[in-house]
Design a protein around this ligand. Structure first.
Ligand SMILES: *[C@@H]1O[C@H](CO)[C@@H](O)[C@H](O)[C@H]1NC(C)=O
Ligand SMILES: *[C@@H]1O[C@H](CO)[C@@H](O)[C@H](O)[C@H]1NC(C)=O
Ligand SMILES: *[C@@H]1O[C@H](CO)[C@@H](O)[C@H](O)[C@H]1NC(C)=O
Ligand SMILES: *[C@@H]1O[C@H](CO)[C@@H](O)[C@H](O)[C@H]1NC(C)=O
Ligand SMILES: *[C@@H]1O[C@H](CO)[C@@H](O)[C@H](O)[C@H]1NC(C)=O
Ligand SMILES: *[C@@H]1O[C@H](CO)[C@@H](O)[C@H](O)[C@H]1NC(C)=O
Length: 510
């Protein structure tokens, strides 16, 4: 099976017969009401109910061998970043975008029963994704080869699984950590493989090389998730740390035998990284986490990457594990980060100018961009704009914060350090210090307020997606129309993640 797979990939011959094993593919019915032509934007709920399906369909269009794939030539499990081939050309597979996108499919498997409409298909696609990464990891690229492990820092590949040979921001060291966490969360579901995968194989052949990469590279500069700056980055460090921690947990939960040297290297790296992250990404001049401290103060350090770094390393499934990772969504430096991004971008982007909370009204989110200094407009460099990923991430972060508040069953204490954040949603004076008792009416009101706040970011997204629910990368800061790569896979994935948390919160506080 394995050997056939590789030959098929290398020879670029039809892969179909190789994969024609196991259960039949579950083609989802593509009739009209499943695929609404126009999303109903009358209310947030009416839009979400349409946009949820449209988002899945448009995301699946970008995955090889999905029931909606747009490109029959894609190998199974290849995740294309966007169908846009010119202006801009995003017709590639990125390690990061793919690892994050596949997570949305894995969430679906975590949340739904086996007879749910997408279940069989998603399981198969995740398995294809793992096989495909097994192949990509072994390519010799401009980053290096598999024997040294350097190729694992390669950020992107052609959609036909050949290396991308032009100059680019290399290496990008977030990929291996992201991939470890995504794949392990799938293995934990303990499903019977339909493509001949088993956890020993995945651990030794796919996860372990990524572990070595993280151990050997976490102190070294690499390009950030926006592919612009060679430095040390909060997002990169966080997902690297989370990857190692998940792997360590997996090893001990499953009594996997590893040699002492490897065990030592891993545990030392985990301990050192944790200390490093807690110290390196804060600075006594500001009270928020810095994305790339070496650039401070020339750059503010404010960046939606920080929010992404927090939400993607805290899945809220396992409190003990989440507590080991610093900077959860309720951390003051993370809440402040969101606060300052909102304040900056409210002023920076004209479409946000009128979106401010005034007493007696519902709280207002704003369109969030990547970072204040951004000048990438989706085609070239002029001025930055709000992004769908960033705006959906703000919504998801607040939802996870609600989840943590309710689940921790702790009183909420508003002090000087988080007062400014709560002024975004409450009418508070400069000297107000409050203790909101867990489960009191005030607590419930506050939770509802946060939910409205989170919804306000989704309403902004609703207002800027097109009439069919299509979502590009950005929306223009003056007139609000979409621009940049169309049908960006990551945009759909991040919106689906926010919808998922909104569902969970609604159930939790009902
Ligand atoms: C969305 O898809 C599900 C099947 O997965 C279907 O039951 C539901 O009716 C669809 N909703 C809409 C609004 O099309
Ligand atoms: C759109 O949603 C609103 C609010 O739920 C509903 O009243 C209306 O009938 C919907 N329109 C269509 C065309 O489904
Ligand atoms: C996906 O692969 C299966 C198994 O080879 C094949 O039967 C099916 O036609 C493929 N589906 C698509 C949409 O390419
Ligand atoms: C990154 O990790 C790889 C694989 O372990 C190793 O070969 C390489 O030397 C590391 N890079 C640096 C800069 O240490
Ligand atoms: C696991 O999968 C690999 C690769 O397909 C195979 O060589 C190996 O025999 C399998 N091991 C078990 C225990 O099934
Ligand atoms: C990698 O990081 C280590 C420790 O910070 C440093 O000594 C080494 O020079 C770096 N290597 C490269 C290639 O940047």
């Amino acid at each position: 099976m394995l050997i056939l797979w590789l030959i098929a990939l290398v020879a670029a011959s039809p892969i179909q017969q190789v994969l024609n094993i196991g259960k039949a593919f579950n083609i989802v019915d593509q009739d009209d009401d499943f695929h609404p032509d126009i999303v109903n934007k009358t209310t947030l709920d009416s839009w979400i109910s349409d946009q949820y399906n449209v988002s899945w369909i448009n995301l699946l269009k970008n995955i090889g061998n999905s029931s909606y794939t747009q490109d029959e030539n894609l190998y199974p499990g290849v995740i294309v970043a966007s169908p846009s081939k010119i202006m801009p050309d995003y017709y590639y597979q990125w390690t990061r975008d793919s690892a994050l996108t596949i997570r949305s499919l894995i969430h679906y498997l975590q949340d739904n029963s086996h007879d749910s409409p997408f279940y069989e298909e998603f399981q198969l696609l995740v398995e294809y994704y793992i096989w495909n990464n097994y192949h990509l990891q072994r390519l010799t690229t401009k980053s290096g080869d598999f024997v040294t492990g350097k190729t694992l820092g390669e950020p992107k590949f052609l959609v036909n699984n050949l290396p991308f040979d032009l100059n680019w921001g290399r290496p990008q060291s977030d990929g291996p950590g992201l991939r470890i966490t995504s794949i392990l969360s799938f293995i934990k579901l303990n499903l019977d493989s339909v493509t001949g995968l088993n956890s020993t194989f995945i651990f030794n052949e796919v996860i372990k090389p990524d572990i070595y990469y993280v151990i050997n590279n976490w102190t070294n500069d690499s390009f950030d998730l926006w592919e612009e700056i060679n430095s040390l980055h909060f997002f990169t460090s966080m997902v690297q740390f989370k990857g190692l921690l998940d792997a360590w947990n997996f090893i001990s939960d499953n009594n996997i035998e590893i040699d002492n040297v490897f065990a030592n290297e891993m545990s030392t790296a985990i301990a050192n990284m944790r200390k490093f992250i807690q110290i390196y990404y804060v600075n006594d001049k500001v009270n928020y986490v810095l994305e790339s401290p070496k650039l401070f103060p020339k750059r503010s350090g404010l960046d939606a990457a920080v929010l992404l770094g927090s939400i993607h390393t805290h899945d809220m499934l396992d409190n003990q594990l989440d507590d080991l990772v610093p900077f959860n969504v309720d951390n003051t430096y993370i809440l402040n980060h969101l606060l300052y991004l909102i304040n900056d971008m409210r002023a920076r982007y004209p479409i946000n100018h009128n979106l401010k909370f005034t007493f007696g009204e519902k709280p207002h989110g704003v369109g969030i961009g990547r970072y204040p200094e951004d000048i990438y407009d989706g085609y070239g460099t002029t001025e930055g704009n709000p992004w769908f990923i960033s705006t959906a991430t703000a919504s998801e972060m607040i939802l996870k914060y609600i989840y943590k508040l309710v689940n921790d069953k702790q009183d909420l204490i508003i002090t000087k350090s988080n007062l400014e954040f709560f002024k975004l949603i409450l009418n508070l004076g400069d000297n107000d210090l409050l203790i909101v008792k867990y489960d009191s009416d005030d607590f419930k009101n506050l939770v509802n307020r946060l939910l409205e706040f989170s919804d306000s970011f989704l309403i902004i997204i609703k207002n800027h997606v097109d009439a069919h629910g299509g979502i590009s990368e950005q929306f223009n800061k003056y007139h609000g129309f979409m621009q940049g790569a169309r049908d960006l896979t990551w945009s759909y994935s991040s919106l689906l993640n926010a919808f998922r948390w909104r569902e969970k919160i609604k159930k939790l506080i009902m």
